[in-house]
Design a protein around this ligand. Sequence first.
Ligand code: HDQ
Ligand code: MN
Ligand code: MN
Length: 306
Amino acid sequence: HSVGIIGAPFSKGQPRGGVEKGPNVIRSAGLADKLKAQGCSVKDYGNLCFEEVPGDQPVGRVKRPGAVGSANQRLAHAVYTAKTEGHTPLMLGGDHSLAIGSIHGHAAAIPGDLSVVWVDAHADINTPLTTPTGNVHGQSMSYLIRELQSKIPVIPQFSWIKPCVSAKDIVYIGLRDVDPEEHYILKYLGIKVFSMTEVDGLGIARVMEETCDYLFSHVKKPIHLSYDIDAIDPSLTPATGTPAVGGLTYREGVYITEHICQTGLLSAVDLVEVNPQQGTTEAQVQSTVDIAVDVLLGCFGRRRAG
Ligand SMILES: N[C@@]1(C(=O)O)CN(C[C@@H]2CCCCN2)C[C@@H]1CCC[B-](O)(O)O
Ligand SMILES: [Mn+2]
Ligand SMILES: [Mn+2]
């Protein structure tokens, strides 16, 4: 595996300060050295610099459209570059609004369509008209899904975004805090969802088997894995902005990435929503960061069997 690390210190997709520190705290836990120790080659592209956008007024309910639009445009280019230079892009967030740029840049760099595996307590599929908070980290997927575009009002700062994902190529794992409007959208689009109920009922091994059967049932497409650390139970990863009880165990969280790795189709990864300022103790921050690193090592070949 050749991994292209891209730091995206961005927080304007949500209201809590600190998530912009995610890239550096994950790096300082030894991510690059641990990837190299397991045989990966690593190119660290460093942290992107995101411009300030003064007078960044909401468009409708959508908050900080200027900052979110420009950060994601810049990120899209960086992910495109890393991919075309032959690396598997690994985007370190930063909040989950960054999936807009990451998926956009990834899609632009590969022929044909990609599939998306979204590991999260949340669906992040609110539209500008359904969002209860206006925070774009809860809307990311709505701007990317082709079948949803008739429901998305014009946001000038997002005009560069070309929807690039088909509803049938998306699988959610870990959902347990979904807004009613999001639930309607998921049903309306027929998107495949393995909520925590399915994780409990089927077990994670079956969930991953069914995820792969579903995604590969027609054409095998490269996988974009967008992993929100709040998918893991907050007792293990408390340093995050929107914790929700009843999450994945450490073992389930790592099993997901081990399984996706062995498909050989992993093509880009996001690891988002680590916020060191949301931990109440240093130990809470360290636990969150260490688990984020282990999840990522699973993406790139680490097997618990050794
Ligand atoms: N759907 C949300 C949105 O703001 O759109 C509302 N929700 C918070 C709210 C808390 C109280 C119970 C109902 N949910 C957060 C979520 C976005 C999560 C973004 B992610 O990147 O952390 O996944
Ligand atoms: Mn998310
Ligand atoms: Mn989430």
